[in-house]
Structures are given as structure tokens and as C-alpha cells.
Design a protein around this ligand. Sequence first.
Ligand SMILES: N[C@@H](CCC(=O)N[C@@H](CS)C(=O)NCC(=O)O)C(=O)O
Length: 193
Amino acid sequence: MDVCLEHINDSLIYKTQKVFMKLYTHPWSNHAARVQILLNELAIKGEIYEVELMEENLNEDFLVLNPNGKVPILQDGSVVLWESHAIMRYLCDKYADGRLYSNGSNRYRVEQWLDWNHTRLNIEAVTINFNNVVLGKNADLTAIEHAQEQALILLEILDSALKINPFVAEQYSIADISLFTTVLYLQKKQYRF
Ligand SMILES: N[C@@H](CCC(=O)N[C@@H](CS)C(=O)NCC(=O)O)C(=O)O
């Protein structure tokens, strides 16, 4: 990466020294897509490295970066992070200058929806896609049906929240980005960068 962003007196300053940012991703990963969207929102240009899943992610070198063998992984200089939401929080704290993950009471609303997505809606989306795409002919049809039913109930909760406000928290935030990638995943759509 040619640009180094650094917080100086609370503002983002572009410095001439070089910093190395790399995102390990996969085109079908909803978890990686949310980080990639955030990098775009923050106008951070790093190296996007597409990992060959079920092969490269099982290599020793990869497992050193993430022992879970999953994408996304963010490498920002000496910082290596996995878990999409943790990466998003980190990027906002370091580079967003108060945008997308604001301080104060609105932040708890953002956290609420991030947790809700991770522990509720995203789980159903992963079950549906894992069975349909990865297991294919061996898919557990009962699990798919159950996940679809649950997803519909959860989407109604999300719809109700979005009737009040166009964003789940007061302002556009990383919770909206995360939820967007899950809804897209439920629609079996790939985010095109
Ligand atoms: N909770 C993790 C989930 C990451 C995840 O499940 N990544 C999938 C792609 S969407 C993966 O790398 N799967 C490869 C594997 O399990 O072998 C996050 O939010 O980053």
C-alpha cells in the first residue's frame, strides 16, 4: 500500500511513509465482503488477496494468521486480525474519524445490530448457503427449511426497524454494512467490487 493513514490530533493524515495493508478474502464470502465494503467507504486501498478456500486456508502459513482457517483476515502493518466485526471495529477506531461507528449512545445500537446479525440472521444465512453450495447433493434439506423459516422471522424484525429509520442505528454504520452483506448472501448474490 502506498498510503499511510495515521491519526494525528484526531484527524486523518496521509503520511509519506509506507504501510502495508492486506485483506485476505474470497469472492463468495459475505464476511469478507463487509470488510471490503468498509475499506471502500474509508477510501483505504490495500492489497486484496483472494484465498483459495478448502486448500490454501488449510496451509500452515495461513493457519498462523488465522488458526480457524477462515477469511477475512486483515493485516495492517504488524497487526493481524480475524473475525469480520472485530476487523470493522478496528478499522473504524483507527481510520474512520468518528464515522460509521460513532461514540456515545448510538454505538450501543450499532453493537446491538452487529451482535444480532452475528448470532441470529447470519447463522441462518450460513446454514442455507453451506448446505446449498458446499454440501450440494448431500445438503440437509430439513436444516435448510428450518433456517429459511427462521430467516423470514428475523427479516421481519429487521424490516420493522428499517420502517422507522433508513439505518438500523441513528446514522449509517458498520451494522448496516454487515447486515447488507448477510441479506445479499441470503439472496445468493455476490457483491461486485
Ligand atoms: N465469524 C467469522 C466467520 C468467517 C467465515 O466463516 N469465513 C468463511 C467464508 S464466508 C471461510 O473462510 N470458510 C472457509 C472454511 O471454513 O474452510 C467472521 O465473521 O469473520
